[in-house]
Design a protein around this ligand. Structure first.
Ligand SMILES: Nc1nc2c(c(=O)[nH]1)N[C@H]1C(S)=C(S)[C@@H](COP(=O)(O)O)O[C@H]1N2
Ligand SMILES: [Mo]
Length: 439
């Protein structure tokens, strides 16, 4: 049991370059970090004896009335989404999740990212209808209430826009936060009716191998979906993290297609038409068909491949002093569970295995963590994830060779920058400032 011995004898011994520590030091042994959190010099921590507790104003009077619907502390007012179209001009609007200000794996509903191509419709749930028709034995119409009477399931799933991380195709690293770069992915517990249950009831013509899903927003966003996925793990969701789906995320019902490109997960879902061929709709033929360096394009690109990025520390969060820090981030794969995440503090020369937050769920966020002692010298932090299907995040050189960079990709439409899943590197200088670099 050499591992055990080492864990007790020297838990804070580095296991990789630039001070990465053994993840096993995180296993309920926080006491070991007591002296390690700060170096003492210029420390932000003071001892209890030096600074006795005094009563602040809020400790001297009765607090506020408990509200019916609670919102975060006023001190958290900066924890908000970044908007791409705050004035509501007639074009797509994005709202990006502040990953650097969140922890764990669940994205609160108020901070779930959102993309709306023609605004958020104000849908009266009593008047909303979902129709399943086309090549079925028995077309059916569902109301929100009639759907809610079917047996429901809940599952964690991330939703990611294919255009998430598009800035990573830039030939020069953009100096932007993890929110600006990777904020178009979020993770929630979705509850609803398996699509397979509804299709069992309508019956399917064996020649129907596609269905076209359509939303009730004014542009009637529509995407084609293979029946195979519909019968696998697709869901018509009614709830998001326990409450009804947010208006911007598809109220009163949306398609959830775990692991697949966000754009296919049609919100405000009102129609599923079974067909024997894909609809070749606007979004699947134009916007979301990745153009490759050789000028060809992927025809259908459904799965969001294995990916990870470090959220803490990340761009914009300077380190105040040398000492102990936790490196943590998010990993996920559209092909199943995360199997392993490796973290480097020396730009990929050496790697330490990260601890994964349990339970590790399929096609959902997995939080990873590594203890780290920063010695005040320059460091480059990276994470790299593997999934249970054996896929690994490609290194940047390989990714760029296969998929191109923005300037080199022939993209008259300007929509070539989809499905980035290579690494993200944060460079820390001796002052503790963090920059985005390509390493
Ligand atoms: N009806 C409808 N469905 C839609 C959209 C839309 O604009 N209208 N946006 C799509 C896009 S591009 C993405 S990435 C996801 C985003 O889901 P979210 O807004 O719940 O995060 O919804 C998809 N479904
Ligand atoms: Mo998207």
């Amino acid at each position: 049991m050499t591992i055990r011995k080492r864990r007790y004898a020297a838990p804070l011994e580095p296991v990789a370059g630039n001070g990465l520590l053994d993840r096993r030091a995180l296993l309920g042994r926080g006491i070991m970090f007591a002296g390690a959190v700060s170096t003492g010099v210029g420390s932000s921590r003071t001892t209890a004896a030096a600074d006795p507790l005094r009563d602040d104003p809020w400790s001297l009077e009765t607090g506020a009335i408990t509200p019916a619907l609670q919102t975060p502390s006023r001190f958290e007012k900066d924890v908000v989404r970044i908007l791409s179209n705050p004035n509501g001009e007639p074009r797509t609007s994005h709202a990006r999740t502040p990953h650097h200000l969140l922890n764990g794996t669940i994205t609160p509903n108020s901070l779930h990212f959102s993309i709306n191509h023609s605004g958020i419709p104000d849908i009266d749930p009593d008047k909303h209808r979902l129709v399943i028709h086309g090549m079925v034995k028995q077309p059916l119409v569902f109301t929100v209430d009639s759907l809610a009477r079917y047996p429901m399931v809940s599952r964690m799933a991330f939703v990611e826009c294919a255009g998430n991380s598009a800035g990573m195709f830039s030939p020069q690293p953009l100096q932007a936060s993890v929110q600006a770069l990777h904020g178009l992915v979020s993770n929630a517990e979705w509850t609803g009716v398996p699509l397979s249950t509804l299709l069992e009831e309508t019956g399917i013509d064996p020649k129907a191998i596609w269905m076209i899903a359509e939303g009730a927003d004014s542009l009637a966003l529509s995407r084609s979906l293979p029946v195979k996925k519909a019968l696998d793990d697709a869901m018509v969701a009614l709830y998001q993290n326990g409450e009804r789906i947010m208006p911007g995320n598809g109220y009163p019902m949306r398609l959830v297609l775990p692991g697949w490109e966000g754009n296919m997960q049609v919100k405000f879902l009102r129609r599923l038409k079974l067909t024997d061929q894909p609809g070749m709709t606007y979004f699947e033929t134009r916007t979301y068909s990745q153009i490759l360096p050789n000028g060809k394009a992927y025809r259908f690109y459904f799965v969001n491949e294995v990916k990870s990025f470090i959220t803490h520390p990340s761009f914009g969060q300077a380190l105040k002093e040398p000492g102990y820090y936790e490196i943590s981030g998010i990993a996920y794969s559209g092909s199943g569970r995360i199997a392993k995440v490796m973290v480097s503090a020396d730009g990929g020369k050496s790697w330490a295995q990260a601890a994964l937050q349990e339970p590790v769920q399929s096609k959902a966020f997995t939080r990873f963590r590594v203890p780290w002692r920063w010695d005040g010298q320059p460091a480059i932090l990276q994470s790299r994830a593997w999934d249970e299907a054996g896929n690994v995040q490609p290194l940047r050189a390989q990714f760029v060779a296969e998929r191109g960079e923005a300037a080199k990709v022939p993209s008259p439409l300007g929509f070539a920058n989809q499905h980035y899943n290579s690494l993200t590197s944060w460079a820390i200088d001796s002052k503790g400032e963090i920059k985005h670099v390509y390493a």
